[in-house]
Ligand binder design. Structure first.
Ligand code: SF4
Length: 323
């Protein structure tokens, strides 16, 4: 089983409660199972007896985790509890035990296709092509990350192969990626192509100076907790005239409403709404403050449960500031 490659994590996390406050789902359900310790204890039970892999409550708990990786980023010993959950999901899928909704979603994700429009050494992959004048654009679905996160490794590889073929056919040398999950998945993995996040690329294009506007930048799970917390998104927003203010009860917790799990709102809308309600509640008293997220998925989820919530993507924030 894949979880057996993470025995150090099981042994460390199953009796540790140090990062319980950093689990977004645990913070809204108050269930001990929805904490790194709870999930490590479940994996320990599966390790002791593989028959426990078919326990429906265990499976549901392993899929309802938000995978923010805030606990891994802030763990003093960097124990990879996120990696443990991903390994457990692969074990579940390989034993044909994935929940019906997960399997149905995987079948949809497997159909992703990709197409390139235009020519150029720079290829843009994201929802805001109008910001990238002179660049070719790549359209299509998730490049394989969502399938990998759900535990469907073989299907993920097939989709990624189609993605790489489209990129190679474009002849580009640089791939600019907007969605943080896709950036984390692609960086260093596309042969002969430099993968950069859109914040880094837009920084290099220069910005017109504008008056300061107060804003909250909701840190991205993938950029912060998976990619080493680059300063580019915050630097870009400062360059575009935004004065960023602190948000929430601490700087370690994730307020990215399930970004790390990619398809969280599709599989667990009730929990996604509760994650959003936590953000809306913490945002009370911050009237006229614009919220900015690097992820289109995070924006869509926050808008879904409160259409009046003022949240835009990083690219939209830049575009609005330059209008
Ligand atoms: S990730 Fe670190 S802090 Fe969290 S439960 Fe595991 S060992 Fe403890």
């Amino acid at each position: 089983m894949h979880i057996e490659k993470n025995l150090d994590v099981i042994n460390a996390c199953r009796f540790c409660f140090m990062c319980r406050h950093l689990d977004p789902v645990g913070n809204v359900t108050f269930r001990e199972a929805d904490t790194p310790r709870g999930r490590a204890l479940i994996c320990d039970r599966i390790r002791m007896d593989a028959a426990n892999l078919s326990n429906a409550d265990f499976i549901d708990t392993l899929y309802r985790g938000a995978l923010s990786a805030a606990n891994r980023f802030h763990c003093v010993s960097s124990y990879d509890e996120t990696g443990l959950v991903l390994a457990a999901r692969r074990d579940i899928v390989e034993a044909s035990l994935a929940p019906v909704a997960v399997t149905a979603l995987a079948k949809t994700l497997e159909k992703a296709t990709f197409s390139v429009k235009g020519k150029g050494r720079v290829l843009y992959f994201g929802p805001t092509p109008e910001l990238y004048k002179g660049c070719a654009t790549l359209a299509g679905g998730d490049p394989g990350k969502a399938l990998a996160v759900l535990g469907f490794e073989a299907a993920s590889k097939k989709v990624f192969a189609r993605f790489k073929k489209a990129v190679a056919a474009s002849g580009c040398k640089t791939l600019v990626v907007a969605e943080p999950s896709a950036f984390e998945f692609l960086r260093g993995n596309v042969p002969g192509v430099k993968v950069v996040h859109c914040a880094e690329y837009l920084m290099d294009q220069g910005m017109k100076k504008t008056g300061a506007r107060k804003a909250v930048y909701l840190e991205s799970d993938f950029l912060k907790n998976y990619c080493g917390n680059p300063s580019a998104p915050r630097d870009l927003l400062a360059q575009a005239g935004y004065a960023l203010i602190a948000f929430g009860t601490n700087t370690e917790e994730s307020y990215a409403v399930g970004e790390g799990a990619l398809v969280y709102d599709t599989l667990y809308p009730e929990l996604a709404e509760r994650l959003c309600q936590r953000v809306y509640t913490l945002a009370e008293g911050l009237a006229k403050t614009r919220f900015i997220t690097a992820s289109q998925t995070v924006k869509d989820t926050l808008k879904k449960y409160n259409p009046a919530f003022d949240v835009v993507t990083l690219e939209e924030a830049v575009s609005l500031s330059q209008a």
